[in-house]
Ligand binder design. Structure first.
Ligand code: ASP
Length: 585
């Protein structure tokens, strides 16, 4: 028996018990006549004591040879500590060791394995198994497991069945590149790893499963923007015989219950906003609505007043920054520099200080009277003490830029509180999205999303105006889930592929299996998928998903611990009939 208790378990009530603990040596204090060892496992830390007067000599010697991260087993008596540590759950007691076994030794670890570490990100990733021993990392993995459990509990209570779908498939277009896997047995042919189980979950609905879910790995070969992973986890769900309203209701409950269970926070409201409104009010399809700062469009107020810069632009739009009228010239200049950086790419910012005394002072006083500026204040919802910031330019671009500024300021001013949860359904997404590069329309969600029946007539004339039965669940400025009601008949699906630029032959070659299935009694169906890594990170109060993944990849998509991706043997290449034609060393 390696242990009778864990290292997080013993309390003063256990005094005088004989116990055996196993774990890792976190810290050693050796005073010669007395040695203290902090012994750690997943559950906590317990102090061991070796004392010249009470511990046999050879055991004192053995203890003095211990090093950090040695794995040991210690048997002894629980005694009351002389100097207690109120910061440790086990801080009232220590173990007077009678027997000590070294189960394994350890090299000196490359960084300290404590709450705070001296190890940089790269080093910690290379030795991730050591990083996982650290409390903050360990706690996050335990938290993730807890959230997964709550997800399964809720969904199975509601009658959802967890079904696994294959990982070696044919590509599903979800907007990213596929990872591909060569097939040895089918020369020259490749599997693709699923970007999501989308078509399979739809086929499960055709198969009559009615309610499906799966906590599942998805793979997308994207240029990794900050905080994306090439493989990530979804809570993937699908239901038959549902309309949009049914899906929204059940997943509203799901999210509410999850937040209640893991955070003990009651979220009442799940407001809904159309995509068009979200773009108009926040310049963003995943607005953080925890703080105001809604956009105020100023075209009618700011144009044609002699200020050329605005007159030529498609959109003039502003926000009121709460209590920021006191910003110094220097602080405002810093914001102007911030928006001019290439990442944002704005030309500049016009500012208006709405002073506490009600007076207005702006960078464009030459062109606008106090009364004009007063109207801007009303439009942007500014109150005395606020700072109004205005941008102008092409509509889409300006909205994006002002949205970035809004988020930047909210972060700087501490308006995004980790313990406040503000969900929002964004609905009525456009079905199609124009892609400048390829000069054609793409499905904004995916090609299986159904258009709103009343908009179908616009497909031929104004495809960009067609709205989809698609929805996103946004939480604190993050898209945590997205889904749609699907097309479930062959004709509409064929038409959809046509609008996306597929020839009938191409559509058949790629998605014949799905369209065939639709001919055998496909029920109306729809669903949603949540980004599990992100959801866990937000519930955990952090925004980086990497912390919540046991073995994440770095920004270049590499696993630096196992050193992947890597070359394969000449033999393997031959077997797969593959040839590497160019090599960059
Ligand atoms: N498959 C979709 C996605 O990965 C989600 C859905 O439509 O259910 O975004």
């Amino acid at each position: 028996m390696y242990r009778s208790h864990t290292c997080g378990e013993l309390r003063i009530e256990d005094k005088q018990k004989e116990v055996t603990l196993s774990g890792w040596v976190q810290k050693i204090r050796d005073k010669g006549f007395m040695i203290w060892v902090d012994l750690r496992d997943r559950y906590g830390v317990t102090q061991l004591i070796f004392d010249e007067e009470r511990t046999p000599k050879e055991m004192m010697e053995k203890a003095s040879r211990l090093g950090r991260e040695f794995v040991i087993q210690a048997t002894g008596e629980v005694i009351e500590r002389e100097s207690k540590n109120p910061n440790m759950p086990t801080g009232d007691v220590e173990i007077l060791v009678k027997e000590l076994t070294i189960l394994n030794s350890s090299e000196v670890p490359p960084f300290t394995i404590e709450e705070e570490t001296d190890g940089g990100e790269d080093l910690r990733m290379k030795y991730r198994y050591l990083d996982i021993r650290r409390n903050p990392v360990k706690e996050k993995l335990i938290f993730r497991s807890k959230v997964a459990m709550e997800v399964r509990n809720f969904l199975s209570d509601k009658g959802f069945i967890e079904v696994e779908t294959p990982v070696l498939i044919k590509s599903t277009p979800e907007g990213a590149r596929d990872f591909v896997v060569p097939s040895r047995m089918n020369e020259g042919q490749f599997y693709a790893l699923p970007q999501s189980p989308q078509t399979f979950k739809q086929l499960l609905m055709v198969g009559g499963m009615d309610k499906y879910f799966q906590i599942v790995k998805c793979f997308r070969d994207e240029d990794l923007r900050a905080d994306r992973q090439p493989e990530f986890t979804q809570i993937d769900c699908e239901m038959a015989f549902v309309e949009q309203e049914d899906v929204l209701n059940i997943f509203e409950d799901f999210t509410r219950q999850l937040i209640k269970k893991v955070k003990n926070v009651e979220v009442k409201e799940f407001p809904r906003m159309t995509y068009a409104d979200a773009m108009r009010k926040y310049g963003n399809d995943k607005p953080d609505i925890r703080f105001g700062m809604e956009f105020g469009e100023l075209n009618d107020l700011a144009k044609n007043k002699g200020f050329n810069v605005f007159d030529q632009q498609e959109l003039v739009v502003g926000i009121a920054v709460p209590r920021a009228a006191s910003f110094t010239r220097k602080e405002i200049d810093k914001l102007i520099d911030w928006v001019k950086r290439p990442q944002i790419g704005a030309n500049g910012l016009v500012w208006v200080k709405y002073n506490e005394d009600g007076s207005l002072k702006s960078s464009v006083d030459k062109f606008y009277s106090s009364e004009d500026l007063q109207e801007w204040a009303e439009r942007t919802g500014a109150k005395p003490g606020d700072l109004i910031l205005v941008m102008a330019g092409g509509t889409d671009k300006t909205r994006t830029q002002l949205s970035a500024l809004r988020m930047h300021l909210a972060n700087e001013l501490g308006l995004r509180k980790a313990d406040e949860f503000a969900p929002l359904w964004v609905v009525d997404f456009p079905l199609l999205e124009w892609d400048e590069e390829t000069e054609r329309y793409h499905a904004m969600h995916h090609p299986f999303t159904s258009p709103k029946p009343e908009d179908i007539k616009l497909l031929d004339t104004e495809p960009g105006k067609v709205r989809a039965n698609a929805y996103d669940l946004v939480l604190n400025g993050n898209e945590i889930g997205g889904g749609s009601i699907r097309i479930h008949d062959r004709k509409t699906q064929e038409m959809m592929f046509g609008h996306l630029g597929f020839t009938p032959e191409e559509a058949k070659a790629q998605f014949g299996f799905l369209m065939d299935a639709f001919q055998y009694g496909a029920p109306p169906h729809g669903g949603i998928a949540f980004g599990f890594d992100r959801l866990v990170a937000i519930l955990g109060g952090q925004e980086t998903i990497r912390d919540y993944i046991a073995f994440p990849k770095n920004n270049a998509g590499r696993d630096v611990m196992i050193d992947a991706p890597a070359k394969i043997d000449e033999e393997q290449l031959k077997e797969l009939n593959l040839q590497i034609t160019s090599e960059t060393e």
